[in-house]
Design a binder for this molecule. Sequence first.
Ligand SMILES: [Zn+2]
Length: 1039
Amino acid sequence: MSQQGYVAAPPYSQAQPGMGGYQGGFGAGPAQPLYGHYGGPPQAFNAPCLTCVAPGPMQSPPPPISSVAQQPFQTSPPPAMGQPQMPPGPQSPHMSPPQSPQANMHMAGPPMAGQSMAGPPMAGQSMAGPPMAGQSMAGPPMAGQSMAGPPMAGQSMAGPPMAGQSMAGPPMAGQSMAGPPMAGQSMAGPPMAGQSMAGPPMAGQSMAGPPMAGMGRPFPGPPPPGPGGFQQPGQFGGQMAGPQLGMPGAFPGAAAGMAGPPQKKLDPDSIPSTTQVIEDDQAKRGGQVFSTNMRGQAPPLVTTDFTVEDQGNASPRFMRCTTYALPCTADLAKQCQVPLATIIKPFASLPNNETPLYVVNHGETGPIRCNRCKAYMCPYMQFIEGGRRFQCGFCSCVNEVPVFYFQHLDHMGRRVDFYERPELSRGSYEFAATMDYCKNNKPPNPPAYIFMIDVSYSNIKSGLVKLICDELKTLLEDLPREDGTESSAIKVGFVTYNKVLHFYNVKSALAQPQMMVVSDTAEMFVPLLDGFLVNYQESKAVIYNLLDQIPDMFADTNESETVFAPVIQAGVEAFKAAECSGKLFIFHSSMPTAEAPGKLKNRDDKKLVNTDKEKTLFQPQKGVYEQLSKDCVAQGCCVDLFLFPSQYVDLATMADVPSHTGGSVYKYNNFQLETDGEHFLRDLRKDVEKSIGFDAIMRVRTSTGFRATDFFGAIHMNNTTDIEMAAVDCDKAVTVELKHDDTLSEETGALMQCALLYTTIGGQRRLRIHNLSLNCSSQLSELYKSCETDSLINFFAKSAYRAILNQPLKNVREILVNQTAHMLACYRKNCASPSAASQLILPDAMKVFPVYMNSLMKTAPLVGSTELSTDDRAHQRLSVMGMGVEDTQLLLYPRLIPLHNLDVGSEALPAPLRCSEERLIDSGIFLLENGHSMFLWLGQASPPDFIQNLFNLPSLAHMQGLMCALPELDNPLSKRIRSIISGLLEKRPNSMKLQIVRQKDKPEMVFRQFLVEDKGLHGGASYMDFLCYVHREIRQLLT
Ligand SMILES: [Zn+2]
């Protein structure tokens, strides 16, 4: 490569006529010739489709693709890299951890025998009919009863017992009913037949079903004029004065040729392949140990199997960056427009062969910190003056070493206890927190889980309520627990609701659970404290009893209206009263239309799609839910929402609280027990058993010269620095954008420390610390060499998905395309060797960036199609906000696995293919998954023996209707394929419903939208067309 001595021409970043100009001084190019290694081989891709496009306004469509020659994609071996190294640590440092390792928080205990059976029947108890209210009711009904005083803990109930209280068994003398209802609150039994009923909500459903064949459409019309001004990287703040781009899902200035007559096809193998990149990295780095002793070392790809050895920097499982070499100056950063960000997954699961985090205890005074910047003791603190002081790596402040912490230095200036102290030698570890880190200077109580089940008509009728109740009996045995403890410290509570809320007393001393009803949903409170949140093991019999009774109790309900905000409010109040944090599991079916706070109405309006008002479809309704989010975060109340809608529910609003409290939203459209039951239960099990921390607050500290400026995730920000999370589980990630405030030094690099204060599932207060050091360079080539496409696309997805809350989609799409072109043009200009303009030169580390970017723009939230359900779009938008790098990678580039040539004797998964129709063959069978959807695609000419072995059917033609599972057949092929599927389900954070589609059947269209290299079903270009378009943009930028 003849790159040395290449002198940059005058910066292209100056205003160009006809381009709307580059505003805001992206800075002059390098003042000096760029010398030295330029890292990864530039990827030359001859983009022939553009060779005859005259530079100029974008009205001119590209010429037919057939007019051009092809040239294979070129690669050359990377030159040697010279990276600064930290002194390498020993291969296996002998650590003597101060305490036992803490991590694997969910140690699922073995299920107990007989668990799935109903609890022991009580003597004299009649299980038929609504048992609670209907059972011998001693005393007058409670409704309207006037009870003085607010509900208070420990208050003993004067007056007659509640419905059900004096049921089977001896009277509960001296029973303490915490908190009687307030005056005017009606305490009613469960809904009785004959209650005013709004009929079952079946009529007029708008089916958010799959798009039908023929819905996909070509790009309409000729392309509009080119884009207007560029924006700063990653900023979607202002309105862009761009041209009007009315095309759904189209990138700005989409090539009109695409809708034209069939073109001679280019060899798709000539453009960079994601599957190849993944395979190559696996071949090169798979199975190896990645030691984190080196600053700025880019880890293997997220898709590669590797082992991490923590030697002073956080594992890439916890922190990944868009680049591992930050540009030294803000000018350089502006010039390249490559977003600088780190994606932090503080509770990431570690494989069994990696060491869990050690817990460090610095005693009563708490963790040692820098006096000035408050950074915690870490490998970046330098001990000086014989060990009496340490200089902070973040702010350079010199601090005294406390006497108890003093240690001598060895001849290299390193403390002699270096390897015995995780906080000196490791990238990630935990500190035991002192009272100073606890609310009200009191140690926290263990968290609680409240299960809140919507028992309105549709959930009862679908069998969902019974399914949940049955499952909870076994599931609760698997609540997460601290290492070394016998049972989970997590307390559990139960609520059912429709228009009113039913609370249950499941105190272990009771023979029967007791129900209390709160129908005044405007002023929600919890009518009992003692007995509401209980230890599952202690109260197991009563809980079994309750879970057996709930489905029967509401079996005859006609109530179809529900409340929602009061349900969350009730959960928060319960946690407040119990002084704990925790999680609400809400199982809900419909839009909350009952008269209560947070009542919603249908505001879905497809006419807004592709208008400037489309953003309102994504915006939550303000008011009640906004305040609820704040209340939840303040109390450490995480909300997980399991939705079972049959029509629009205003998901954007209903999911607002979950998406600000570290929660998850699961959605099962038109839930049917047979086809969706197992899918839902897998999600529920994974969710309940997840390792998780509560009542968390996270801060990212940086060394001088740059700082964290923006944050994306299922989080709440009260100020500009503290990331508040009611809970954070092993799958949630926060994406943090970094900006310069000064020049960074190549010598010292850039340091980051993420500190997460949280409450463990056992109720301990802890600080989890992740440290990461990056390189800094005044040469852009270093930055491009150290980029990570998977992290970049995570950042772009989250920033774009946030931007659509405030901006027209077309502007957001435009910014994405422009920034893509700009990043690549800057590389071409400053880092690549001179070559013909017709060649598209991509940085090695970003060579498949365009396919991800194009896929992102075709996702439901960004595509702007009236054929997509508003709730589905809002759901995907919110789900992505909390995702880590693995999840966004898989979502935007699904795995397409050929199964027809499967070697049933091999454990290896067949190599995935590129996601394009080109790769499908009539005689083939393929599995496709993206972490959220899973398909088994059967070609028309699938081998009959294959079909026989898999389905026990003589041919495809015998297949009836939609299938969602493979029969369990006793032959090697069936076993192997089912094991591949269950292996994938095991690996992903979410469950996936298997959809079996036959080639050319209608449902195949749903499958096809996941072939992301092809033209989008709802708009959006093919990968090839997008690449050609981007190339043209780059050429314009370079003119
Ligand atoms: Zn400091």
